[in-house]
Design a protein around this ligand. Structure first.
Ligand code: CLF
Ligand code: SF4
Length: 295
């Protein structure tokens, strides 16, 4: 039998209530994703999302939840799944490329202060928005870090849009890595729990996972999650990692930081207990939601 929020709120810690930050909580508690973030500010070579524009898209894109509907969506999700302890925003674009995620968190945190607000981001804008995120109740943050070596990062990210400029090559790698590590340090200093996600890409970063875990661990990351590549876009020709490669990467990462092994690769509109219940169809009621998520 699963626990309800009212049975479990305090004195349990975030790490005990969050299905993605604790093996013990994984089968007990649920998370709701609000797909409010349409645009992105970088271009990963494995991502071909049509929303992935250089500029913030004006208005409300089809398949995106308007942030003004966030509170009502949370209320309906809790009716469907009272085990939800976490409201996450994980896509389908980057959560800090526009103000939608922070606006949604602000409204939800005010209405439901006991729920954990959880943000997942590529980290480019994290240093600039860290205080604001803490203010709107974000207590868990995931940063996707696919390399900490600019030469390797160049093979994974085509460009970033930073301070109004499109930046490629080595400067891109330097800026993105510096900002990701700085963002992790800032969120830790603000009391957040931080997870790092790495997409495992055979032939590109499979021998580099230990370095990522070491550097992000030194910056303060609490937990590390390895996501096997879904071959798409410029990486459509790459064979995804097999179980042995995934295991090896987890072993390497585990030398430096705790490894999370229960990830369900959720969609950006997921609702329920990961791997156990899924209410997103009922919740979003046939509306076509973008499904990509940074998790
Ligand atoms: Fe969502 Fe991600 Fe927060 Fe969890 S998912 S934003 S940390 S509330 Fe969890 Fe899903 Fe894996 Fe993500 S199982 S994809 S790790
Ligand atoms: Fe942006 Fe995420 Fe796609 Fe990378 S994977 S381009 S961060 S939406």
């Amino acid at each position: 039998m699963t626990a309800t929020r009212s049975e479990t709120q305090k004195p349990l810690k975030v790490s005990q209530l969050h299905p993605c930050f604790s093996s013990g909580a994984h089968n007990k508690y649920g998370r709701l994703h609000l797909p409010v973030s349409a645009s992105c500010n970088i271009q990963c070579r494995f991502c071909n999302r049509s929303f992935n524009r250089d500029e913030v898209r004006p208005g409300v894109a089809s398949g995106i939840l308007p942030h003004g509907e966030a509170v009502d969506t949370v209320r309906r999700a809790l009716d469907l799944c009272p085990e939800i302890t976490v409201v996450g925003i994980a896509g389908p674009g980057d959560t800090l490329a526009s103000g939608s995620a922070i606006n949604a968190f602000r409204a939800v945190h005010e209405a439901y202060p006991d729920l954990i607000m959880c943000l997942s981001t590529n980290g480019l804008m994290l240093p600039d928005r860290a205080e604001e995120l803490a203010d709107v109740g974000v207590r868990t943050v995931t940063v996707t870090v696919n390399a900490v070596d600019p030469e390797i990062l160049e093979k994974i990210v085509a460009y970033i849009i930073f301070e109004g400029r499109r930046i490629t090559g080595r400067p891109m790698g330097d800026i993105l890595t510096r900002r990701q590590l700085e963002g992790i340090r800032k969120m830790k200093a603000l009391g957040a729990t931080v997870k790092v996600n790495s997409v495992l890409i055979p032939g590109i970063n499979d021998a580099h996972i230990g370095d990522i875990a070491r550097e992000t661990g030194e910056a303060g990351a609490d937990i590390f999650n390895i996501i096997p590549l879904i071959p798409q876009h410029e990486m459509a020709h790459i064979t995804p990692p097999d179980c042995a490669m995934l295991q090896e990467a987890r072993n390497e990462a585990g030398k430096y930081v705790d490894v999370f092994r229960h990830c369900k690769h959720c969609r950006a509109d997921a609702c329920g207990i990961p791997g156990i219940s899924d209410f997103s169809g009922k919740l979003y009621n046939g509306r076509e939601m973008e499904t990509f998520s940074h998790g």
